[in-house]
Design a protein around this ligand. Structure first.
Ligand SMILES: NC(=O)c1ccc[n+]([C@@H]2O[C@H](COP(=O)([O-])OP(=O)(O)OC[C@H]3O[C@@H](n4cnc5c(N)ncnc54)[C@H](OP(=O)(O)O)[C@@H]3O)[C@@H](O)[C@H]2O)c1
Length: 326
């Protein structure tokens, strides 16, 4: 029998709770410890998910010998520092998206993990969902011909004007927080963008509340993406080739269904729903890489994490959008 992968969770917010619930569905993983800035939050999280150990500091978790790997679920401006803490303690890291605020930070952290030969992966969970895996298989099988175009949108109205999503100090802004999904999907399908342009509207908190971007990839492939914290967008992603298209209906980044449309043929549809919140697939892949002694994940290469952030940097530079400390 495989030994259970012992997860440590760093940060006790909304997505950390979804991750804990998702990991609980995995037979070969266990929630071993949680770390919080406050003892009260760590205890509350521990009670909710019956985690045997809680630490009232992130350093306590990073140095816990009974933890095999750490999932980081803090706001993105903290990611680089929190990853450094864990990697320097020799702990494999699965870090929430966006991996860091900019490519400079990502470069430093990736170099650290590579120098120390410690497993590091961006928690871009959408890539690991069964519907996205099926999409890649159908494309590889040539069902739509060579894919040439991606159109994707992601957005919903944000009413809490003081919350994380609109707060520059917490890495808010539509491009950084949700735009990373279509930019990363485009990179998965076509390789990194070789050019990026677009428009954004910066709101009164100092971050972009809406963006519309176009990316160019090698071989003339193109991506069109829109994001918004103002509109209830359709939340769909469509990748097209000469024979037809593959569409993931709303909300595509939580993909549960896949549709194949080929001209002149009846539509094919796959129901690929999953239990819990869907973060179990990235967690299982991470543990599998760890068991195999790998330090990078083939499904989410660190070079791609870096190039995605370079694209976001390039777009933000066009808009004059900077985060505190940049
Ligand atoms: N994969 C997804 O679908 C998904 C969805 C939502 C968010 N995310 C990503 O996950 C990360 C966290 O998002 P979230 O929505 O879970 O945020 P959240 O609810 O605000 O939780 C963030 C947690 O980070 C810790 N923290 C450390 N420093 C903090 C600070 N200065 N301000 C606030 N919290 C701080 C806190 O835990 P302690 O008090 O215990 O230290 C807090 O509970 C972000 O990078 C976000 O982009 C991913």
């Amino acid at each position: 029998m495989t030994t259970k992968f012992r997860w440590g969770i760093l940060g006790t917010g909304r997505i950390a709770r979804k991750f804990a619930a998702s990991v609980a569905t995995l037979p070969d993983a266990v929630l071993a410890a949680v770390g919080s800035r406050s003892a009260a939050s760590a205890e509350a999280f521990d009670r909710e998910f019956q985690i045997p150990v809680h630490h009232s500091s992130y350093a306590g978790l990073a140095n816990d010998p009974a933890v095999d790997g750490i999932y980081i679920a803090t706001p993105s401006p903290r990611h680089a520092g929190d990853m450094r803490l864990c990697l320097e303690a020799g702990k494999p890291v699965l870090c929430e998206k966006p991996f860091t605020v900019n490519s400079r930070e990502a470069n430093e952290i990736i170099a650290l993990a590579r120098a120390r030969r410690v497993l590091l992966m961006e928690a871009l969970w959408t890539r690991f969902l069964p519907a996205v895996v099926r999409m890649r298989e159908l494309i590889a099988a040539g069902r739509i011909g060579p894919p040439q175009s991606l159109v994707a949108d992601i957005g919903f109205p944000v009413t809490d004007r003081k919350g994380r999503l609109l707060d520059p100090a917490q890495g808010g802004g539509a491009l950084l927080d949700v735009g990373v999904y279509p930019v990363s999907l485009a990179s998965m399908l076509f390789g990194p963008a070789i050019a990026a342009t677009g428009y954004a509207d910066i709101g009164d908190t100092g971050v972009d509340e809406a963006f519309a971007i176009a990316l160019r990839h090698a071989g003339g492939k193109l991506t069109l993406a829109q994001g918004s914290f103002r509109c209830a967008l359709p939340l769909e992603a469509t990748v097209s080739g000469p024979l037809g298209y593959l569409r993931i209906p709303a909300p595509w980044w939580k993909a549960q269904t896949l549709i194949l449309a080929i001209a002149g043929k009846p539509e094919e549809r796959w129901d690929l729903s999953y239990p819990s919140f869907g973060l179990q697939f990235e967690a299982a892949a991470f543990a599998a890489h760890w068991r195999a002694g790998r330090t990078e994940a083939s499904e989410m290469p660190l070079d791609e994490t870096l190039s995605t952030l370079q694209t976001l940097d390039q777009l933000r530079a066009q808009w004059g959008l900077r985060y505190p400390g940049e």
